[in-house]
Design a protein around this ligand. Structure first.
Ligand SMILES: [Fe+2]
Length: 271
């Protein structure tokens, strides 16, 4: 599996606090079946002033320590890019890294307010030839009033990345409910750990792959943790990769061969 959202680099943001913690998280990831991790520290002006050059140097340093320690994990670059105005020139200049240098950009919307012009901003990235990968829509406090916005973006080619731990209930019932909606209704393209800590936010993906498989089948679940992330790392155009299940196989989802009956059972009596 490939985990394309992980705060593994030591002492660069609110993820791994030091090298020992990064190595512990890396060992956990490998034991879980993860072979490639994108190191995606926050880029958040005024809070985490990370930039491409520093991220790449930190990745090279950590990769050397992993290799020395015999931990079979391949690191690629990335960033958890907070949505602010003026990102495009910084992306073109390489100061804001995309995932593994590809056209896929990990984009973090604000947590507590729907930003004005959100859809326009996302379309702006698409018009520039990027594929925005929207991080953890299921954990945003404003998803409840804006679920349709995310489905519209998904239909138009933005990718939704659901947090593995949200799907398995590690973030509580509301994020789990929305994670199950995104996955079960066929709009989740990727699962990633967004790991920050070995215990509080662990780098575990396999349990979420199993949870996704119960909703949409093993094949689609494997696409979320291996097939599509591999395509991103290889910078394959999105048109060459399997699109969201709801778009690819709407009849299966709607007719009940997909997620609907299981979702109904899951949600009956819960809300
Ligand atoms: Fe993150």
């Amino acid at each position: 599996m490939l985990d394309l959202h992980c705060h593994l680099l030591p002492a660069i943001d609110d993820g791994a606090a030091d090298l020992d913690m990064a190595l512990e998280m890396a060992r956990m990831a490998v034991a879980d079946g993860i072979g490639t991790v994108a190191c995606t520290p926050h880029i958040y002006p005024g809070l985490y002033e990370n930039a491409g050059e520093g991220i790449r140097a930190a990745i090279a340093a950590l990769q050397a320590r992993l290799d020395e320690a015999g931990i079979a994990l391949r690191l690629v670059e990335g960033a958890d890019v907070h949505l602010v105005p003026g990102l495009l020139p910084a992306i073109r200049a390489g100061t804001v890294p995309t995932l593994a240098g590809s056209r896929y950009l990990l984009l973090e919307p604000p947590h507590h307010v729907a930003p004005p012009g959100f859809e326009d901003a996302v379309f702006g990235f698409m018009a520039a030839g990027l594929v925005p990968v929207i991080t953890h829509p299921e954990r945003l406090s404003w998803v409840e009033d804006h679920y349709a916005t995310f489905l519209r973006l998904s239909r138009r080619g933005a990718w939704m990345q659901v947090t593995a731990g949200a799907l398995t209930g590690r973030f509580g019932r509301r994020p789990q409910y929305w994670a199950q909606r995104f996955v079960g209704e066929g709009h989740c393209m990727l699962l990633a750990t967004d790991a920050h800590h070995p215990r509080r936010r662990p780098p575990l993906l396999a349990e979420a792959r199993e949870a996704a498989a119960r909703l949409v089948g093993a094949e689609e679940a494997a696409l979320m943790v291996a097939g599509r992330p591999q395509g991103i790392v290889g910078d394959r155009p999105p048109g060459e990769l399997p699109e969201a299940l709801a778009l690819r196989d709407a009849t299966a989802v709607a007719s009940g061969e997909g997620a609907w009956p299981r979702l109904r059972r899951l949600f009956s009596g819960r809300r």
